[in-house]
Design a protein around this ligand. Structure first.
Ligand SMILES: NC(=O)c1ccc[n+]([C@@H]2O[C@H](COP(=O)([O-])OP(=O)(O)OC[C@H]3O[C@@H](n4cnc5c(N)ncnc54)[C@H](OP(=O)(O)O)[C@@H]3O)[C@@H](O)[C@H]2O)c1
Length: 270
């Protein structure tokens, strides 16, 4: 029996590319696409099966911005597989993004242009909203909805990848104008992975590692060389361990509160 692999947000972008790559790595894996839209998930499944007709691919409805949906999906996966070997916490959003054009222009003429363009630091703002659970949508989708699954995870960075998420930042024609510049910058900036296939490199690499060989303080970056060679670079995360511990305790406290509100016993939700 192949390993059971669940990918959240597998319906597009890096998640969908990751699923393709995992099937190339190991045709026996049992892939479970955990998505909020069953229609998009079914379309991704059809694409995967077109390339790998014998693959085991199933779908589970999961909206990570809803704690009820997360708990339901976890129960469904447990009933269906009785085990989970790999879990990729990939779903994420960047809603209502705006570019700070003033910062962009002044950044282009500063000595930090490449750094600014490769990290988008100080360039992007987003408008958050509140979910039905009363939490900030970005926090619940990108972090807390995954956190309540009660897991220790490794951190990966896909680099800059052109997906629905990034195309949402600027009008489409802007991207068209910027593309030649970005392809030029790509020669000097290894984290400009640009394509979902390349962006999934660090996740595929993780799939091959033994958990005990991983360092919780490292971020594993997907990188692409000027000649389109993909590789992974481990970079020490700039985290204050004391602040991280306080944050972790606050997350545990929040978890306790929301599960009590939903009448879910703390130890049975996982
Ligand atoms: N692209 C980049 O340059 C970049 C850089 C750094 C980090 N990332 C991270 O990489 C991950 C994948 O992003 P991407 O670039 O591949 O973007 P994407 O194409 O927009 O994919 C995001 C996936 O997450 C799903 N999703 C969003 N909200 C969800 C929710 N509430 N419940 C379940 N699924 C949800 C989306 O589903 P729908 O199809 O239904 O919308 C989609 O399948 C994200 O966590 C993102 O933050 C991306």
């Amino acid at each position: 029996m192949g390993a059971v692999v669940l990918v959240t947000g597998a319906s597009s972008g890096i998640g969908a590319a990751l699923c393709q790559r995992l099937l190339q790595e190991d045709a026996a894996v049992r892939l479970c696409l955990a998505c909020r839209s069953m229609q998009k998930a079914a379309a991704t499944k059809a694409l995967l099966l077109a390339a790998h007709p014998a693959a085991h691919v199933s779908l589970v409805r999961l909206d990570v911005s809803s704690l009820e949906s997360v708990l339901q999906a976890a129960g469904e996966v447990q009933r269906r597989f009785q085990r989970l070997d790999y879990l990729f916490l990939n779903a994420g959003i960047m809603p209502n993004t705006r570019v700070n054009f003033k910062a962009l222009v002044s950044g282009l003429f500063s000595g930090k242009a490449i750094h600014m363009l490769s990290t988008a630091e100080g360039l992007i703002t987003q408008e958050d909203s509140v979910t039905a659970d009363g939490l900030q949508e970005v926090f619940e989708t990108n972090l807390f909805g995954h956190f309540i699954l009660g897991l220790y995870s490794s951190v990966v960075c896909p680099g800059l990848v052109m997906t629905n998420l990034t195309y949402g930042i600027l009008p489409y024609f802007f991207w068209k104008l910027l593309m030649p510049i970005m392809w030029l910058i790509r020669f000097f900036t290894k984290t400009y992975t640009l394509m979902p296939y390349n962006g999934a490199e660090a996740q595929v690499w993780l799939f091959r590692q033994k958990p005990e060989s991983l360092d919780a303080l490292m971020k594993y970056h997907s990188c692409t060389s000027p000649w389109w060679g993909n590789y992974v670079e481990a970079r020490k995360m700039d985290v204050d361990e004391e602040a991280a511990e306080i944050f972790y305790q606050k997350l545990l406290e929040l978890e306790k509160q929301v599960l009590a509100r939903m009448n879910v016993p703390l130890n049975t939700q996982k």
